[in-house]
Write a protein that binds this ligand. Sequence first.
Ligand SMILES: C[S@@+](CC[C@H](N)C(=O)[O-])C[C@H]1O[C@@H](n2cnc3c(N)ncnc32)[C@H](O)[C@@H]1O
Length: 257
Amino acid sequence: MRDNDKQRSLPQAEADGIIEGRNAVIEALRSGETIDKIYLAKGETDKTLGHIASRAREKGIVVVEADRRKLDGMSRTHAHQGVIALAAMREYVSVQSLLDAAAEKGEAPLLVVCDEISDPHNLGAILRTAECAGAHGVIIPMRRSAGLTAIVGKTSAGAVSYIPVARVSNLPATLEELKKKGVWVYGTAAEGTTSLYDADLKGPAAIVIGSEGSGMGRLVREKCDFLVSIPMKGHISSLNASAAAAILLYEAVRRRM
Ligand SMILES: C[S@@+](CC[C@H](N)C(=O)[O-])C[C@H]1O[C@@H](n2cnc3c(N)ncnc32)[C@H](O)[C@@H]1O
């Protein structure tokens, strides 16, 4: 690649939050840039990639081993050298800080828990609605979830700058903790046993939205105090995850008025 080609590709890479190539990723790790996730090409035994993986893990950054083809698809410059980092739009916060924010406002906590929402457009849309509905925060798991990447930020229409997001390593354990702190956990599923119109949602509430493909995981589902269903009147068996989140959130807003 010629030098001027490299320079031309940089603004695009930065706008996308995609940092690719060994030196660029090492530099990002060194400079303290907030990194959401690092993708490493599977099966690579290169020492530098090993060094990047261990530096990243030391910093608590999620490292995903993926097929080289996946990295090729993500790459803007076609020079990823087996490593791509996704910059985070914003730092993650703790679950406790979400509860503290609600307490400071004198409001019952209203949280959205995303159980492995992998489509960045869905996560962005959920963040946008959560922000508009005045939720106190969103909780996502560390693995098998979209993170606060540039595309999520863009889909959220800027909501990512306002709605705090906590990222946790064990979602069922987090739900258990929330329950101990008095938060009711409202799982959602088309076949749920509590109708949306009978769910209280007025007190401290965490609304759990399941993944696009298989819904809530078994361990998450087992932690739910209620399984809330939105009536389905048509031929399709479920709503889009972000549409379901919007309906639940605005029902909570209505109850709290
Ligand atoms: C596309 S759906 C997942 C469908 C999946 N096949 C299933 O069996 O749950 C994604 C998420 O949206 C929410 N959802 C979709 N339709 C719903 C409904 N009618 N009632 C309650 N939640 C719903 C649930 O959280 C669900 O896990």
